[in-house]
Design a protein around this ligand. Structure first.
Ligand code: BGC
Length: 376
């Protein structure tokens, strides 16, 4: 919007003044890390950043990966960051949001729990002159300045293509019944992932090789996903050949139900997040694939954007993509990283990338597989 506004110069001037005023008066906030300069045209980013993570149940990533990687990225950039978790509670989310705005953060990054509570927080921040970034999940109608995430339709395509690969490797190419266990409908990403796997499986379904015999939400919850799968399994009298599960947490719940039927490893299940449990299930042969998202890149892009916003700089070289806010009918400048499909044969890539240590994954029953695959 700023780009097209005729008052762009005035707007920028006002922004600089605001930044200068904030830098001079809000004594509570200091530059973190190696930077100690606070005003006078310094190049160092001055001002605190607030980050609200959504929960610690729907995926281990938020606490195990995003928190430490964001914390490290902001530290390396010399920016002080306050990272809090809303624990899946929209009212706690609102309280954290208010607290961060009152504490004088200059930039707020949120992973929303739903569009309404996310938008309410973003609006309050914007009214208070705080710059906003949607982290990982786009807040529909929220109007954040930037969006940092992965190409989430590509994530879904990897799941759809991954399921086809797993089924083909098992010799199953026709008369194949598949089901979708989708993420939480309150999460815009769940729709983007689904768009991807619907697209990837459409030719197989259109040609009659595959039949979609179930399409349910697992709400990013292990038990809800497991129960949804079990109901579909009963409805289809056990004739389910493959499962698109939109993340590893839900895959865990589905695999538990397959184990109870002694069908684990016989019905391929997809996932996402390259979680410890997900990778171990792949090594054990219970899960067919996962989608690895290098969260370090996402965290680094987020910290670079936060600095650009604090300094009032143009960030078009970082946010080179766009994603549509379908409510505002507006393209949001976005930094979108590239996901990677992980099967048993390339689990090592995730370890080589530093996402986990071999010792995090190679425990108990999967030690022998790790040795075979040269993961150490
Ligand atoms: C994230 C996934 C995560 C899911 C549940 C999505 O928005 O992109 O990585 O598994 O939320 O937390």
């Amino acid at each position: 919007m700023l780009k097209r506004s005729p008052g762009v110069i005035a707007g920028l001037a006002a922004l600089m003044l605001t930044l200068a005023a904030c830098g001079g008066s809000s004594g509570g906030t200091t530059a973190g890390g190696g930077s100690s300069s606070s005003s006078g045209g310094s190049k160092a980013a001055s001002g605190k950043v607030g980050v609200i993570l959504p929960d610690s149940q729907t995926s281990p990533r938020w606490e195990a990966n995003d928190r430490p990687l964001l914390s490290a990225a902001f530290k390396a950039a010399g920016v002080q960051a306050d990272i809090q978790n809303a624990d899946g509670d929209t009212s706690k989310f609102g309280t954290i949001c208010d607290g961060m705005i009152n504490a004088g953060v200059k930039v707020l990054l949120i992973v929303n729990l739903d569009s309404d509570s996310g938008s309410a927080c973003l609006k309050k921040a914007q009214d208070a002159g705080v710059k906003t970034i949607d982290y990982d999940r786009l807040t529909l109608g929220g109007g954040a300045s930037y969006y940092v995430s992965f190409d989430n339709v590509a994530v879904g395509k990897l799941m759809g293509a991954g399921l086809e690969k797993c089924l083909t490797d098992m010799g199953k190419t026709s008369n194949v019944n598949i089901v979708y266990i989708n993420g939480d409908p309150t999460d815009n990403n769940a729709a983007l992932f689904k768009q991807g796997y619907v697209e990837a499986t459409k030719p197989l379904i259109d040609s009659g090789k595959y039949k979609l015999v179930g399409d349910q939400t697992g709400k990013w919850d292990e038990d809800i996903a497991g129960t949804a799968f079990e109901q579909l399994y009963t409805q289809n009298k056990g004739k389910i050949d493959g499962v698109v599960s939109a993340n590893d947490t839900m895959a865990g719940g589905i695999i538990a139900r397959l184990k109870a039927q002694k069908l684990n490893g016989k019905v391929p299940v997809t996932g996402q997040d390259a979680s410890v449990a997900g990778l171990q299930a792949i090594l054990a042969g219970d899960q067919c694939m996962t989608v690895y998202k290098a969260i370090k890149k996402e965290a680094d892009a987020a910290s670079q954007l936060a600095i650009a916003l604090i300094q009032g700089k143009d960030a078009s070289s970082i946010a080179t993509g766009t994603v549509q806010d379908t409510v505002l009918k507006k393209d949001v400048p976005s930094a979108l990283e590239t996901p990677q499909a992980i099967y048993k044969a390339n689990v090592k890539d995730v370890i080589d990338d530093g996402f986990w240590k071999a010792s995090d994954i190679c425990k108990g029953a999967v030690v022998a597989e790790c040795t075979k695959l040269g993961i150490q």
